[in-house]
Design a protein around this ligand. Sequence first.
Ligand SMILES: CC(C)(COP(=O)(O)OP(=O)(O)OC[C@H]1O[C@@H](n2cnc3c(N)ncnc32)[C@H](O)[C@@H]1OP(=O)(O)O)[C@@H](O)C(=O)NCCC(=O)NCCS
Length: 309
Amino acid sequence: MQGIRLSSIQRSTCRDTEMKPLEIAAIRDVLPGVFASLVSPELRHALQRLPTSFLTLGAYREGRPVGLAIAERREGTETAGLLALTVAEPERRHGLGRMLLEEIEAVLLQTGIRVIGAEFLGGTEPGTPEAAFLRACGFNEPRPGIHIWGGSTGLHPELPWVHKLRLPDTFDVAPFTTLTRQEYEEIQRGEGVWYPPDFSPFADEELIDKERSLILRADGEVVGWMILEPFDARTMLFKTMFVRRRHQRMGRGIALAAEMGRRLVRDSAFSEWLLFVEARNEDMVRFLHRRVSRPGVQKEVLWRTVKRI
Ligand SMILES: CC(C)(COP(=O)(O)OP(=O)(O)OC[C@H]1O[C@@H](n2cnc3c(N)ncnc32)[C@H](O)[C@@H]1OP(=O)(O)O)[C@@H](O)C(=O)NCCC(=O)NCCS
């Protein structure tokens, strides 16, 4: 960060001339605790020691923190991600958000960054304040990046298929822990051949719940899986579901999901479930809209957008 200058260390931002002058300064090493209310809980932990790839700007009015912007430079690329941009509520709609963004963009530009990406969590409808702000600051129209469904693991009367659908007798469902070494190696060799890398059952394998994750076999051969990962103490994340091509579009995936659903209903360890699907996985998104989107099930979208700076 040596040699990088903020264009306006001390300047008054506001249209409201009554407001006291504002200071924007780069923050290094540790984020002072006074900024806690401007940081999401998910990010708070990562900020105890600011990585060198982070660029952090704090805005102060009379020494009080009123805004925060954090961007992360993606090593070896011309891209940075906007991790946080927050303005304290009483300060909103006075141009501070735009100013913080302009400052961070100017510094990123000096370090060779040309594209900045932003994402935010919202409902299913596009017209949110976050989207309006980012559009006003020159970002493209935000698009769904990840679809998120969630609910309680209790009986879902809205999802009767969970209780009805069964796999034919030629199929067998067993925990991930039953994978033999030979099966494990065959699946490893199949990555990018008979299943796309995104659907690997071994991604972040140390985090998955191997007792509850399921392997689907047909006539003794592994033909699919449903991988679970604890998300927090009470929430189980449905991480990856895959069924081999020759068994797709025959209702096997949904029957595997139903089997998993029934097991979770009986399992008192987790009271909530969560499911993330990349928007580019269009078949799965359609499937879940048809089968899971119900009034008792929550639906959110992680919206994504980019801006060339
Ligand atoms: C989004 C946020 C940073 C905006 O900060 P701000 O200081 O209020 O924004 P600005 O005053 O610079 O607004 C710039 C333009 O963005 C648009 N905008 C900002 N907030 C808006 C809102 N709530 N609804 C609609 N448009 C909005 C407007 O076009 C505005 O220009 P205008 O006031 O001349 O109409 C602030 O509302 C915030 O901290 N929200 C919570 C965290 C968040 O959502 N961060 C964004 C994640 S990427």
